[in-house]
Design a binder for this molecule. Structure first.
Ligand code: AMP
Ligand code: MG
Length: 495
């Protein structure tokens, strides 16, 4: 006879719940709510295998029960995390209002990942909310996060979406669903803001700081000044992350401090979208009326968020406040330069340029300016430079005199490098995605799933997005621009 525990072990769950060992002010033990009739609508077998889970065992009614919150995997210790955050620059106390951390899965390689149910029911931090999520936005997070991962951009991932069989009420009645999110951790800038504002102040902050440093940047932990080491590490990883966002044309849409992870992963896919025509002022989110989180503002906003992290860490940076401020400012000052170096290196690769030449920066800036003037599609412009027959929309960039002049300069730059044309093309291939999750394609997939319970369109899209650098003929259809009627595109928070 096999016991329940054995059955779960066959599923491969192996939890070690270190967050629950932190001071209890930082979380509330909280079981997920049960769903009426769970149905597993998406399951990420590849991710499951990497986590040491057994895909066959979990792609089952038992898996549906687990990913809807009805049954706890062995070793889970569900909790909701407390955090605060600046939302559109206004400070608020928040916390997991509709997410429950099941625990930390230890992989066969010894890595640690949070497994969280998003949409898993009400918690003490829910305020007025229902703790639930709608199917559409959870499917959307699944698509976007997996696409980001395939693009090589650090991100939380999506293990499963389970429909609950219950309605959720937003502007209209929608189908409820739970997303199982996998993350290096869910520790946010806002988690530190919460700790810094709590009565226990220093004690909480100290525990959280050492914990986070040890969990995400153990190589930086010298024991001397944990807060400084953490701040520096997070600045480095965020500079690298932001460069990747900008290079890919990704717009997060809601870069509140509670949506910035200390691990350096992209987190919280709400109103995010990829830019079509190049324009730094691009905003998709319907609630971002001022354009605070526009594409071109993202690096500065990241710096602003990091300043909030530094502020929270001040009491630990140095016992003398002025000295602490000075230390924080010195660290923060490095962000812009770090970001810019990553970005320029990435742009060189996108243009097939090896080495570094003094004219590179101007070459890149000029191309971007031309793209903007001609309203050319950002992703496809690079594909056209590689000789791929894709449309650019807007005005005829490649037919313009200004662009011809730019091409001459680029040719001169290419001639300065030893690498041949083929090497240059290979570099471009591996740096320019053949496809991104274009808004109209994502919408089309969501529509079929939500309205007709037809997941074939979504699966086809997911499959194509898995290998963005393959440049295979089957991917060509996904490089098509959205119909004019779909522009400008708007995204909604979907909470
Ligand atoms: P987000 O916009 O997803 O980053 O969420 C901001 C805050 O609102 C977080 O504290 C969430 O947990 C909370 N929240 C969002 N949607 C809901 C909901 N339906 N019920 C309860 N809390 C929610
Ligand atoms: Mg959030």
């Amino acid at each position: 006879m096999t016991t329940n525990a054995q059955k779960h072990e066959e599923s491969g769950w192996h939890f070690d719940n270190s967050y629950a060992r932190l001071p209890e002010k930082l979380f509330t033990l909280q079981e997920p709510a049960k769903a009426r009739s769970p149905k597993l609508v998406l399951f990420n077998a590849e991710l499951a295998a990497g986590l040491g889970l057994n895909p066959e065992k979990l792609q089952s009614p038992e898996g549906a029960e687990i990913f809807a919150g009805n049954r706890l995997p062995v070793g889970a210790l569900p909790l909701a995390q407390a955090y605060a955050g600046h939302q559109f620059a206004y400070f608020t106390m928040l916390g997991d209002g509709r997410a429950v951390l099941l625990g930390e899965q230890m992989t066969p390689k010894g890595e640690r990942f949070d497994v969280q149910l998003k949409g898993g029911g009400r918690t003490p931090y829910s305020r007025g909310g229902d703790g639930r999520a709608a199917l559409g936005p959870m499917l959307r997070e699944y698509i976007m996060s997996e696409a980001m991962h395939a693009l090589g951009i650090p991100t939380t991932r999506s293990l499963a979406v389970a429909a609950t069989g219950e309605p959720v009420f937003r502007e209209s009645e929608l189908q409820g669903a739970v997303l199982t999110r996998v993350a290096a951790s869910h520790i946010r800038v806002g988690t530190f803001q919460f700790a810094a504002n709590a009565d226990e102040g220093q004690e909480l902050l100290r525990a959280l700081t050492s914990y986070t440093l040890e969990r995400h940047y153990p190589e930086a932990a010298s024991g001397e000044n944990d807060a400084l080491a953490l701040l520096r590490s997070v600045i480095c990883s965020q500079a690298a992350l932001l460069a990747k966002w900008q290079l890919a044309g990704f717009i997060h849409g809601v870069m509140n401090t509670d949506n910035m992870a200390l691990s350096g992963e992209t987190i919280d896919y709400g109103p995010c979208a990829f830019m079509d025509a190049y324009d730094p002022a691009t905003v998709f989110s319907s609630i971002d009326r001022q354009g605070r989180y526009a594409y071109g503002n993202q690096p500065q906003i990241a710096a602003w968020n990091l300043a909030r992290l530094a502020e929270a860490l001040l009491p630990l940076l140095h016992e003398d406040e002025d000295a602490a401020v000075k230390l924080a400012e010195d660290e923060l000052a490095a962000f812009a330069e770090l970001y810019y170096r990553h970005w320029l290196a990435g742009m060189r690769a996108k243009l097939g340029l090896f080495g570094e030449q003094s004219e590179d920066e101007a070459l890149v800036t000029e191309l971007l300016q031309l793209m903007q003037e001609h309203k050319a599609d950002y992703t496809n412009t690079f594909l056209r430079l590689m000789g791929e027959a894709v449309e650019l929309g807007g005005f005829d960039l490649f037919g313009s005199e200004a662009f011809a002049a730019w091409l001459v300069k680029r040719q001169a730059r290419l001639e300065k490098q030893q690498e041949d044309k083929e090497a240059s093309l290979q570099l471009m291939k591996s740096s320019n995605p053949a496809l991104i999750p274009r808004n109209h394609r994502v919408e089309e997939a969501l529509r079929a799933a939500e309205e007709d319970d037809d997941y074939s369109v979504l699966h086809k899209l997911l499959l194509a997005l898995e290998q963005p650098y393959a440049h295979s003929p089957e991917q060509a259809q996904f490089a098509e621009l959205p119909p004019k009627a779909d522009r400008p595109y708007r995204t909604y928070c979907g909470t």
